[in-house]
Design a protein around this ligand. Structure first.
Ligand SMILES: Nc1ncnc2c1ncn2[C@@H]1O[C@H](COP(=O)(O)OP(=O)(O)OP(=O)(O)O)[C@@H](O)[C@H]1O
Ligand SMILES: [Mg+2]
Length: 301
């Protein structure tokens, strides 16, 4: 099949992220999950969304956090996070000197050094009653996350704050925590210790339905409902499942973004849509030729 000509299209600003409410798509399916999450979060129970990449866990956690109406802090798990990053640490020092020249020939000086203490994101959220979204928390080591045991159980952070001589920090009554994680067979992800899982309510996401996925794609790219559905159904066909279950939403959004740009300045042939889809899918371990995809597209009209 001849490759369609790739006339260039320019994106006005491709880096517009997802604002707190802007472009966030809600329907019955998403609302149901938000309500369930809010129910437990309001009752003071830590909630946890787990599931494969790109299903919407972080977006859901942030949506619930914003609906709780308190300031939202975000912490992202990483294997270099240390116990200090969870508790807080001493930073810098202030040295002040007093020079006593009461008698001109005798000079007495005194030096005092004070360390400054910097709270961790967790400590600050606990102290000020923020909602903390701890995204991808299983990317941090079990040792760093061990600090969470007493936080999740009784809202107590064991502190090593020598500067303010504080040994424990008690959470503000409005402190809430929402966690997300990928399955532990993903690279860079550690298994979640049972002791932590035992202290939260875990929701396992297994992918939104076709309508919801199409709604999200339309909301994020401005593509019309029909075209958004077409892309979702195409990806579902390629995944050989009606629900396109574990397929990342990102691939669909990416294809739709380029398609929407193209449609703004011209037309989008099936051949071009198939080529874009092949380019996006091939880097994701889904080896399809544009020709194979174009054949699937004919089933959708
Ligand atoms: N309800 C929604 N409305 C608009 N966009 C959404 C919605 N849910 C998810 N998205 C978008 O879908 C993509 C994947 O969602 P998100 O980042 O939340 O997934 P994730 O499960 O956290 O993925 P990962 O495991 O890779 O971190 C993102 O671009 C996100 O902005
Ligand atoms: Mg995420």
């Amino acid at each position: 099949m001849p490759k369609p000509p790739l006339t260039e299209v320019e994106a006005p600003n491709p880096w517009l992220g997802l604002g707190p409410s802007e472009h966030f798509f809600e329907n019955e399916e998403i609302d149901g999950l938000i309500k369930r999450g809010l129910f437990y979060a309001r009752a003071g129970v830590p909630i946890h969304f787990q599931g494969p990449a790109g299903l919407g866990k972080t977006s859901l956690a942030l949506a619930i956090a914003h609906k709780l109406g308190r300031p939202v802090s975000v912490m992202v798990g990483n294997d270099w996070l240390d116990v200090d990053d969870m508790i807080g640490k001493e930073v810098g020092q202030n040295t002040s000197s007093v020079v006593d020249r009461y008698i001109s020939r005798v000079r007495r000086s005194e030096q005092q050094t004070r360390y400054a203490w910097e709270d961790s994101i967790l400590a600050e959220a606990m102290e000020k009653g923020h909602t903390l979204v701890y995204d991808e928390f299983t990317r941090s080591s079990a040792k760093a996350n061990g600090i969470l045991l007493s936080v999740l159980e009784e809202g107590v952070l064991i502190s090593t704050d020598q500067v303010n001589q504080r040994t424990t920090l008690h959470a503000h009554p409005e402190f809430r925590i929402i966690l997300t994680s990928n399955p532990h067979d993903y690279s860079g992800v550690n298994a979640t210790p049972d002791a932590l899982l035992d202290r939260m309510v875990t929701f396992t996401l297994d992918g939104y339905g076709v309508e919801t996925r199409a709604g999200i794609i339309a909301a994020r790219t401005g593509l019309d409902a029909e075209m958004s559905q077409r892309i979702v159904r195409l990806l579902a066909l390629l995944h050989d499942t009606e629900k396109a279950g574990h397929a990342s939403l990102r691939a669909g959004i990416l294809i739709a973004r380029v398609a929407a740009l193209r449609l703004r300045s011209g037309t989008l042939s099936d051949a071009l849509l198939a080529q874009i889809t092949a380019d996006v899918m091939n880097g994701r371990g889904q080896e399809f030729t544009a020709g194979q995809i174009a054949k699937q597209l004919t089933k959708l009209t």
